[in-house]
Design a protein around this ligand. Structure first.
Ligand SMILES: Cc1cc2nc3c(=O)[nH]c(=O)nc-3n(C[C@H](O)[C@H](O)[C@H](O)COP(=O)(O)O)c2cc1C
Length: 398
């Protein structure tokens, strides 16, 4: 067990991160789109879900181990793809990848990471998944797919929920948008965080490592143009997914699905999995919380897809809630970055994984459920039928 210096929850990690990071960086990670309604909704919907224990079931051999995409992982959660993670501290991508390998959970490297696929592959080995923004330039996407294949990646996560850049008010107010025009308040505040500033000044320079070609040039595109053209693309349609399916011989996961019809389409086009996600409330502020649409999605696609959920998962209870409502696995984003900010590169990532895994085991055993694969709607109160929720009164009348 890693020393956690009196920190026991993801919430505490976030509170410490708030103090350690310049406000603009904390806001960039924590903030959501628009009025941050989706962000709040993600948490609120989790908290409404009660889990119903089954008494006197032998859990002496309970396990958190799960198998997805033909591989066993120590727990049903992994690290979501996050661009510019090294803004927290230089080395964040590497530290998270190392802990994911050591603790045996997946680490999903973002297209917009500032560390290259090859560097992370050497650290995470087959715990590495790669996330692709297909973007507007098919040749750039094809080159990334090729690079991921050559690096030995076997799970490709294609993110489809940023047709346009989001309106993130905190970033606008802090001047943390492209092109970068930090406000005076942001500059003064960075000065109040000398430890962060020194690391940023003397650490590795951040660049789009997965777009740097062999000669070290950035594919001829200027940074701002690149971000808007290659990461978001309003013209994206299902034909691109068909193309990627043909080009990618291994597991293919579509990230950013909320609509049951889209889940069906993903299955029909040969995807192996989906991530039911609203991008952590960072894109469409009016989007539903993934946890609320999850049962309808499971009903729509049955066992045809591996269903992964993210957005708002913060505790072992939340992981169990997600599995009971139909997910096979979850991803988490912000908690991993806050763990690095709170406890550092070496302890933070391992500590957060241990905390979440222990919480999840504790929940499983309280529920009388010895195996995550057995978590289903019989552990929900009120029990749901299909996509709907029965009230306790209706449930009693059944
Ligand atoms: C700082 C930050 C950067 C992100 N960058 C990406 C990205 O590059 N690609 C992507 O598919 N999702 C990205 N996401 C979304 C996450 O993958 C994930 O969907 C979301 O964080 C889950 O919500 P949670 O943070 O509440 O756990 C990012 C999220 C954050 C917080």
């Amino acid at each position: 067990m890693v020393p956690t210096k009196g920190v026991f929850t993801t919430r505490q990690m976030a509170e410490i991160a708030r103090r350690h990071l310049p406000r603009a960086i904390f806001d960039f990670v924590e903030g959501g789109a628009g009025s941050e309604i989706a962000l709040a909704r993600n948490r609120a919907r989790f908290e409404e879900i009660a889990l119903l224990p089954q008494a006197l079931r032998d859990c002496s051999a309970a396990t958190s181990v799960v198998t997805i995409f033909g591989r066993r992982y120590a727990a049903p959660f992994g690290v979501a793809p996050m661009g510019f993670a090294d803004l927290i501290r230089p080395g964040t991508d590497r530290a998270l990848a190392r802990a994911a390998r050591e603790r045996n959970i997946p680490y999903v490297l973002s297209t917009a990471a500032t560390t290259s696929i090859e560097t992370i592959r050497d650290i995470a080995q087959d715990n590495l998944w790669f996330q692709l923004y297909p973007g507007s330039d098919e040749a750039t996407a094809a080159a990334l797919i090729d690079r991921a294949l050559k690096a030995g990646v076997t799970t490709l996560v294609v993110t489809v929920d940023i047709p346009v850049p989001a309106k993130r008010v905190r970033d606008l107010a802090n001047g943390l948008a492209i092109p970068l025009r930090p406000s005076l308040r942001t500059i003064l505040d960075v000065g109040r965080h000398p430890a962060w500033l020194m690391r940023a000044l003397f650490g590795t320079r951040l660049g789009m490592a997965n777009f740097i070609d062999n000669r070290g040039a950035m594919s001829g595109l200027k940074h701002a143009e690149f971000v808007s053209r290659q990461l978001s693309c309003p013209a994206l349609d299902w034909s691109r997914i068909e193309g990627i399916r043909k080009a990618w011989p291994h597991h293919l996961v579509i990230k950013g699905i909320l609509n049951p019809e889209d889940a069906r389409t993903a299955a029909r086009l040969g995807a192996n999995g989906i991530v039911v996600s609203n991008h952590g409330g960072r894109q469409l502020d009016a989007a539903p919380a993934p946890i609320e649409v999850l049962p309808a999605i499971r009903e729509a696609c049955g066992d045809a897809l591996t269903i992964i959920l993210d957005s708002g998962v913060r505790t072992g209870d939340d992981i169990a809630r997600s599995l009971a409502r139909g997910a096979d696995f979850v991803l988490m984003g912000r908690p991993f970055l806050f763990a690095v900010a709170a406890l550092g590169l070496s302890d933070g990532p391992k500590a957060i994984i241990d905390i979440l895994r222990d919480e999840f085991m504790n929940t499983l055993i309280h529920l009388g459920c010895p195996d995550p694969a057995e978590l289903d709607d019989s552990f929900l109160w009120p029990r749901r039928t299909g996509a709907g929720i029965l009230s306790p009164r209706q449930e009693g009348n059944r």
